[in-house]
Design a protein around this ligand. Structure first.
Ligand code: ATP
Ligand code: MN
Length: 433
């Protein structure tokens, strides 16, 4: 729009055209205010009923809430106005009128159910909290890309329509691909390994993963965004170092560049990048510490996967981000390399006190070990020939990880439900919008 000024940039003495939504109309009798909202903030528009053109006053004050309007006028200082300035209008145009009945209140004064909000996401994201979450998410993605570039990694994109799942299993969404069965990919794992074995060596991908998760939970989506790293000539400790630096870079960027958004979320006082280095606990230490908290009804034994309550108890105990290393080989996937004794694996998880954020490890690059792993996991190596045969042509040792972007945002901003961190979430009940 020609000559449009953001409300935040309107300075006393300026002649401006501001455009946005009618946030509120405050009618005090002889004088009334239209609060106009745009992406940068809000501004007060003053209507003096007896002194201004009647039609102008009627148009401005007659606009329903959330209608899109454009106002041209002069900006003056006004200490009593919400932002210290106000606009005295010379002309007002209603560009797009809103229904007087709205499914939810974007001023946030009336709470709405999450499902109503998600059904009406456009209206919902007119609330400053919603706007803030997605501006922060964008800043996180920017910072993550920059951190990967600093780690010499090249951004890649791998296919999401695949012939076989990464780990097989029931978590796959089947689709029909020209009459042939195919799947939506649950992880870029095998593809990023194939690229790490090329001269690109260090790669990262930010893209969707699809999982037909059984249950609706506050931390699972059926379509999520995975931030993946894979590096040749890296071992699991190198991979953990990259993981830590990427996560810390995301927090630091938000602390530095998103003050306004943190304020909108009421987080500006407590927001801090996590302490480094993240403690690295072995799986064995982890189950001992969980058992010592006494929070679980039944003590964990070697070989158990960590239950959600166990993760929570340990998270409270540790109090910050941490790694769990040296998992029993049998509960980590076939493509993870085991330590020499074969009992422990190089797999690791990176945890926020509330939940798992990352799984990673050094990969098995020895073809014979890899094939054994497939068989142990009940997978047919033939179906993965496109993958395994590259291990015959010089596959370097390599390591990497996958980080759930929505879980990163959810834990960073203390959101109670992962759906808050996705524009249009996909879950068992939700396929539209
Ligand atoms: P969980 O046990 O918490 O369900 P997972 O171990 O099955 O996770 P991985 O396969 O290790 O998940 O995926 C790597 C990361 O991707 C996870 O640590 C998590 O951050 C993210 N992730 C995985 N599945 C989902 C999902 N359904 N929704 C959102 N994020 C997910
Ligand atoms: Mn995992």
């Amino acid at each position: 729009m020609e000559n449009r000024t953001y409300t935040a940039d309107a300075e006393p003495g300026d002649e401006v055209t501001v455009a946005g939504w009618v946030h509120e109309i405050r009618d005090l009798g002889g004088i009334a205010f239209l609060i106009l909202r745009d992406t940068s903030g809000r501004i007060q528009v003053k209507f003096e009923k007896d002194e201004m053109d009647e039609e102008l006053v009627e148009t401005g004050l007659g606009a329903s809430r959330e209608s899109v309007v454009s106002v041209t006028g002069s900006v003056e200082e006004e200490p009593r106005a919400p932002t210290g300035v106000e606009v005295t209008p010379e002309s007002v145009e209603v560009i797009s009128e809103a229904d007087t009945e709205l499914p939810l209140d974007p001023s946030g004064k009336v709470d709405a159910e999450l499902s109503t909000r998600l059904d009406n996401r456009t209206l919902d994201l007119r609330r400053e909290e919603g706007q803030a979450i997605f501006e922060i998410r964008a800043e996180v993605m920017r910072a993550v890309r920059e951190a990967f570039r600093e780690a010499d990694a090249t951004e890649i994109n791998t296919p999401k329509i695949v012939a076989t799942g990464t780990e097989g299993g029931t978590e796959l969404f089947p689709i029909t691909y020209f009459g042939q069965e195919a799947f939506m990919n649950q992880s870029p794992q095998l593809f990023k390994q194939l690229v790490a074995g090329s001269n690109l060596e260090r790669v990262f991908e930010i893209g969707p993963i699809f999982r037909a998760e059984e249950h609706n939970t506050p931390r699972h989506l059926n379509e999520a965004t995975s931030i993946d790293f894979e590096g040749a000539f890296c071992d699991h400790t190198d991979a953990m170092d990259v993981c830590e630096s990427v996560v810390v870079a995301a927090y630091e960027a938000v602390a530095k560049n998103c003050q306004r958004q943190l304020e909108a979320l009421d987080l500006e006082a407590e927001f801090e990048p996590p302490e480094t280095p993240f403690p690295r606990l072995s799986y064995e230490e982890a189950i001992e510490r969980i058992n010592a908290t006494g929070e679980l009804d039944e003590q964990l034994v070697w070989g158990d996967d960590l239950p959600t309550e166990g993760e929570k108890a340990l998270g409270d105990d540790v109090g910050g981000h941490y790694f769990i290393t040296d998992w029993p080989a049998e509960i980590k996937p076939f493509y993870i390399m085991d330590h020499d004794d074969g009992e422990l694996s190089t797999g690791f998880d990176m945890m926020h006190p509330r939940m798992e954020l990352v799984s990673g490890g050094q990969r098995e690059h020895r073809r014979d070990h890899l094939i054994e792993g497939f068989e142990q996991q009940g997978l047919d190596p033939e179906a993965f020939e496109y993958y395994t045969k590259m291990f015959d042509y010089g596959m370097p040792p390599h390591a990497g990880w996958g980080l759930g972007a929505e879980r990163l945002i959810m834990t960073m901003l203390d959101l109670s439900n992962i759906r808050e961190a996705v524009l249009f979430p996909r879950d068992r009940q939700r396929l539209s919008p």
